[in-house]
Design a protein around this ligand. Structure first.
Ligand code: NAD
Length: 324
């Protein structure tokens, strides 16, 4: 297959490009590099069947040749990114989704939309099943992301109904692993960075809010299962094991052996209190479930972040012997 991966130089996108190449697909990565990094795909540039095109999906991307499938991951995704780029986030979910749906329809190819657990907002149903409509504040600080994804789901569903598009929607829950940015503001990368630097880990509220953390390799298997399936979704993809944010912080301290303390900050507005996917549908329709336990995934993630730190220090010229 030739697969267009929009947002392919980001955290999930670059891992997906690599997994698709490894199984023999050809991959065209489209990215505007707003939160993606060239370094994430640098090791793929010489692989046959891979190309990386700098473009913004909100501006009708031109893609020549055959296209067998499209995966739409292109959107600011971390709270820091979508708070900094609210209009771009809305555009990626609306115009970006429309442009990629048009591309898929033109080529009669399948499109998989990366939606999010944020469509459930601060959920009043627990765990969250796909039938739950969510509890989202449409004008709150998180709404640019939540509502962009809800609109993207509505648009994708309308294209399926009216234009006969072959579409699949996945709702991704918190995912972590190598290639997260150290300063992306997400909880796992923040805790790992702080622990490795010997800084206090910053928790919001009292840390009793829960999240479910899925290791990236599991998530990529789930995305590919949806790509290969004819199912429309939405399907929750995430790890159903729930942990408090405080438990996560303590596990990061244990794994890193850091003597950092914990600092408690005010809870941001509309922060979800509980978050946990019901993955019955993913199990039944895709034969998918996560396999990597949190401690194993965190050890791999900490190892990757530590190696990045080492590489950075080695590449920085030592001050000794520098002309004054
Ligand atoms: P990321 O920020 O690392 O990746 C997003 C990529 O999209 C980046 O490479 C960025 O440069 C690119 N991009 C953004 N706007 C674009 C545009 N207009 N045109 C072209 N490229 C654009 O984030 P990620 O964690 O890899 O997330 C990928 C997708 O998965 C996002 O759509 C996100 O909403 C969704 N998702 C991720 C998580 C998670 O925990 N990682 C959870 C839920 C949903």
């Amino acid at each position: 297959m030739r697969v267009v991966v929009a947002g392919g130089s980001g955290f999930l996108g670059s891992q997906l490009c690599e997994a698709l190449l490894n199984r023999g697909d050809r991959v065209s990565c489209l990215d505007n590099f707003s939160s993606g990094r060239a370094a994430n795909v640098a090791h793929l540039m010489n692989r046959s069947g891979f190309e990386c095109v700098t473009c913004d999906v909100t501006a009708r991307p031109r893609v020549g040749g055959d296209v067998d499938a499209v995966v739409h991951l292109a959107s600011p995704a971390s709270p820091d990114d979508y708070h900094r780029h609210p209009l771009e986030t809305l555009a990626a979910g609306s115009r970006g989704t429309e442009n990629l749906l048009d591309l898929a329809v033109r080529h009669r190819s399948r499109l998989v939309l990366a939606s999010t657990s944020e469509v459930y907002g601060d959920p009043q149903v627990h765990p969250q099943t796909e039938d739950y409509w969510g509890h989202v504040n449409p004008i709150g600080p998180r709404s640019v992301y939540d509502e962009a994804k809800r609109y993207a789901e509505a648009l994708t569903t309308a294209y399926r109904r009216i234009r006969g598009a072959d579409t699949g929607i996945v709702r991704i829950f918190n995912t972590y692993g190598p290639r997260m940015r150290a300063h992306d503001g997400r909880v796992v990368s923040t805790f790992v960075r702080q622990a490795l630097a010997g800084e206090d880990l910053t928790l919001h509220g009292d840390g009793s809010q829960t999240r479910s953390y899925c290791y990236v390799d599991d998530m990529i298997r789930g995305l590919i299962a949806m790509l290969d399936s004819p199912r429309p979704g939405p399907v929750n993809l995430g790890n159903p094991t729930e942990h408090t944010v405080r438990e996560l912080a303590e596990l990061v301290l244990l794994i890193t052996g850091s003597s950092s303390g914990l600092t408690f900050l005010p809870l941001p507005a509309d922060d979800p209190v509980r978050r946990r996917p019901d993955i019955t549908r993913a199990r039944e329709e895709l034969g998918w479930q996560p396999e990597v336990p949190l401690e194993v995934g965190l050890r791999r993630t900490v190892g990757w972040f530590a190696a990045q730190n080492d590489a950075r220090q080695e590449s920085e010229p030592s001050s000794a012997g520098r002309p004054s």
